[in-house]
Design a protein around this ligand. Structure first.
Ligand code: GLA
Length: 591
C-alpha cells in the first residue's frame, strides 16, 4: 500500500517528493451521471488530484434523515476519482463556506438560539461528532494507506476569518483521528497574519487561499508554516456571481500567467474551481458584507471547465502552462457544440396558495414565527393575519428574510427585499393580509451564519403590537407530493385573478437527451423543476438568463417542466437556447 506524508519541503508519496496539482469539483453541484466525465477532464488538464468539500446540509437537511443517495454518494465519487488513477482531498468542514446555503451547516443546528456554531459548544460539538463519524465511515476506508485515493483531509474552513477557538479545532482533530483518518490534516486561511495564526494548530498543516500575487502570499504562508510543503488549497481562478450583479470573469491569458507564476515556485495547488457546476434547487448561499447578497443558481465560476462540463479558453491556457511542469495525457476533451434550440408550451396553471394548503396546514401563532421556529430551513412560507382598522392604518413588520410578496384580500400590494422598511397602508375595514416570504439562501460567510429566516420580530399596527398570525410553509422538497397537489389544483384557465404566484406546468419534447439551456429571459422570478429534478432559481434582476439542464434528467419524448412563478414576467414562453447566458461580464479583482 502507498503512503502519503508531509516531508520537510514536499509532500511525500511513498517517500518520494510529490506535487499536488488538484482541481476542485463538488460532487453535490454536478449531476452524478457526469462525475466520471468531469474527473476525466481534470486528468486531461494534467491534474493528479480532485478536491471536494462535503456539504453537511445536503446530506442531512432534516435532522436524523441522512442521505447518501444518487448525487450525494460521496463513496462512489471517490471511487471514480480512484478509477481515474487520481488522488483525492476531502474537506468535510463541518463549515465549508463555498457560496453554499449556510456554508454547509444545517439550518436545524442553529434553530436553537442557545447552540452556537463553529466553537467549543457542547451541543454543537455533539452534532458535529456524529456528522464527522458518518462522513469518515466513507472517507477512512478510501485513504491512500488503505488502497484508496484520499491523501489529505481538511479541518474546518478559513477558521481564522471567523474566530480563534483552538479547543474547537482540537476537538475536530480528535474526532477526525478517532474516526480513522490517518492522512495529514490541513487547514486553509486567507494569507493574512491574523487569520493564519488563528485558523490552525501546530499539529495541522497550514495552506492558503488566494487568487493573485502568489509569491508574496506564499511568503506570508511560509512565516506561519515554516516546514513542510507549501500549498494553495484554493487558487481562485474565477469567481461567483450575486443576483443583480455582473457575471464575474478572469482573463484566460492572465489567469494562465498567474498560474505559471504560482507553479514556478514549486508549490502545490488546488484550482478553485476546476469545474464549478450548479447550485441546484434551493442550495445557493449568500454573502453579507455591507448588505445581503444572495448567490445565483449557476456556479460556473468562470472555471476552466464551464457549467456544462465543456473546456473553455481558460482550460486550454491552463493546459499549456501545466504541460510545462508535468507530463499530460495526449487525449483532449471534445470541443463543445451548441445545445439544441427547442420550444415547448405551458398548458396548465395552479394557484400556489391552494397547492400549499394541500401540502400542509396553517398553524396559529401570536407573533409571526421565523421559518426556523416552524422547523423550515429552505424555501417559502406563507403568513396571514386579519386586520380591522377603524381608520386608515399602517401595518409594519420587523424584517423580512429575504423577500416578501404582500397581499390584501388576495390582491398584491407590494414586495419587499430584505433591508426594505416593510409597511402597508390599510384602508378601514376588515381584511386579510397575507405575506409570502422566500429564503433566498442562508449567509455562508461571517457572523451571520445560522441567522433565522422568514419574518423577524413582531408586527405593529399603528405602532402597537399586532398579534394573531397563522403560518403555512410551502413544502417543495417532496416532488411526488408536490406534483400531486399541483395536479389536483391545476386548471387550463387562469389560476388567480392576479396571475401570480402560481405553478405552471409545461412540456418540452426532446428527441435525444442532450444538455439544454432553458431560456428564462423575460421570466419574472421563481424556480424550475424538470421531470422532478430541481434546476434552481431564476430572477429577472439577472445576471443569469438561462438555467443549465443536464441531459441525464431528460428522456426521449415529452419532458415535464414545472415552473414556480412568484413574480410575473412578460409572458411564459418555454424554449431552450444554444448557449448559456450568464450575464454581462465584469473582471474580478483578486488583488
Ligand atoms: C473562500 C472559501 C471558499 C469559497 C471562496 C470563494 O476561499 O474557503 O469556500 O467561498 O472563498 O469562492
Amino acid at each position: 500500500m502507498s503512503t502519503f506524508r508531509l516531508g520537510e519541503r514536499d509532500f511525500l508519496l511513498d517517500g518520494e517528493p510529490f506535487r499536488i496539482l488538484s482541481g476542485a469539483l463538488h460532487y453535490f453541484r454536478v449531476h452524478p451521471a457526469y462525475w466520471a466525465d468531469r474527473i476525466h477532464k481534470a486528468r486531461l488538464l494534467g491534474l493528479n488530484t480532485i478536491e471536494t468539500y462535503v456539504a453537511w446540509n445536503a446530506h442531512e437537511l432534516v435532522r436524523g434523515e441522512w442521505s447518501w443517495d444518487d448525487g450525494l454518494d460521496l463513496g462512489r465519487f471517490l471511487d471514480l476519482v480512484a478509477a481515474e488513477k487520481m488522488h483525492a482531498i476531502v474537506r468535510p468542514g463541518p463549515y465549508i463556506c463555498a457560496e453554499w446555503d449556510n456554508g454547509g451547516l444545517p439550518g436545524w443546528l442553529s434553530a436553537d438560539p442557545d447552540v452556537s456554531v463553529r466553537r467549543s459548544e457542547p451541543r454543537y460539538l455533539a452534532e458535529v461528532t456524529r456528522y464527522l463519524q458518518r462522513v469518515h465511515e466513507v472517507v477512512a476506508p478510501r485513504q491512500i494507506e488503505r488502497g484508496g485515493p484520499v491523501v489529505l483531509v481538511q479541518i474546518e474552513n478559513e477558521y481564522g476569518a471567523y474566530s480563534d477557538d483552538a479547543d474547537y479545532l482540537r476537538t475536530l482533530v480528535e474526532v477526525t483521528r478517532r474516526a480513522g483518518i490517518t492522512v495529514p490534516l490541513t487547514t486553509v486561511d486567507q494569507p493574512q497574519d491574523d487569520m493564519l495564526a488563528a485558523g490552525s494548530l501546530p499539529e495541522l498543516h497550514r495552506t492558503a487561499s488566494f487568487g493573485s500575487r502568489s509569491r508574496e502570499r506564499l511568503a506570508t504562508l511560509r512565516r506561519h508554516q515554516p516546514g513542510g510543503p507549501l500549498m494553495v488549497m484554493e487558487y481562485w481562478d474565477g469567481w461567483f456571481d450575486d443576483w443583480a450583479g455582473p457575471h464575474h470573469v478572469t482573463d484566460a491569458g492572465e489567469a494562465a500567467r498567474d498560474l505559471d507564476d504560482l507553479l514556478s515556485t514549486g508549490a502545490s495547488v488546488n484550482l478553485y474551481m476546476f469545474h464549478g457546476g450548479t447550485n441546484f434547487g434551493f442550495t445557493s448561499g449568500a454573502n453579507h458584507h455591507e448588505s445581503y447578497a444572495p448567490i445565483v443558481t449557476s456556479y460556473d465560476y468562470d472555471a476552466p471547465l464551464d457549467e456544462a462540463g465543456d473546456p473553455t479558453a481558460k482550460y486550454w491556457a491552463f493546459r499549456e502552462v501545466i504541460a510545462s511542469y508535468t507530463e499530460i495525457p495526449e487525449e483532449r476533451p471534445a470541443p463543445p457544440h451548441p445545445a439544441p434550440a427547442l420550444t415547448g408550451s405551458f398548458d396548465q396553471v395552479a394557484d400556489l396558495a391552494l397547492v400549499a394548503e394541500r401540502l400542509g396546514h396553517w398553524t396559529r401563532h401570536e407573533d409571526p414565527p421565523t421559518m426556523d421556529a416552524l422547523g423550515r430551513f429552505r424555501g417559502l412560507t406563507y403568513y396571514r393575519t386579519r386586520v380591522d382598522p377603524v381608520r386608515p392604518a399602517r401595518l409594519e413588520l420587523g424584517e423580512v428574510r429575504d423577500r416578501a410578496l404582500a397581499f390584501v384580500d388576495g390582491a398584491p400590494v407590494g414586495s419587499w427585499t430584505r433591508g426594505d422598511a416593510c409597511a402597508i397602508d390599510l384602508a378601514p375595514g376588515s381584511a386579510e393580509m397575507t405575506l409570502l416570504v422566500e429564503d433566498l439562501g442562508r449567509v455562508d460567510y461571517g457572523p451571520l451564519i445560522g441567522e433565522p429566516k422568514g419574518v423577524i420580530g413582531p408586527a405593529r399596527l399603528e405602532g402597537r403590537i399586532h398579534g394573531g398570525w397563522e403560518a403555512l410553509p410551502v413544502r417543495l422538497e417532496l416532488f411526488d407530493e408536490l406534483l400531486e397537489a399541483v395536479g389536483f389544483v391545476a386548471t387550463g384557465g387562469k389560476a388567480t385573478p392576479f396571475g401570480v404566484p402560481v405553478f405552471r406546468i409545461g412540456t418540452i419534447v426532446v428527441d435525444e437527451p442532450a444538455d439544454l439551456f432553458l431560456d428564462t429571459a423575460g421570466w419574472g422570478k421563481g424556480s424550475v423543476w424538470i421531470n422532478g429534478f430541481a434546476l434552481g432559481r431564476f430572477w429577472h434582476v439577472g445576471p443569469q438568463r438561462t438555467l443549465y439542464v443536464p441531459a441525464p434528467i431528460l428522456r426521449p419524448g415529452a419532458n415535464q417542466v414545472l415552473v414556480l412563478e412568484l413574480e410575473p414576467g412578460p409572458g411564459p414562453a418555454l424554449r431552450t437556447v444554444p448557449h448559456p447566458v450568464l450575464g454581462g461580464t465584469a473582471p474580478v479583482n483578486h488583488a
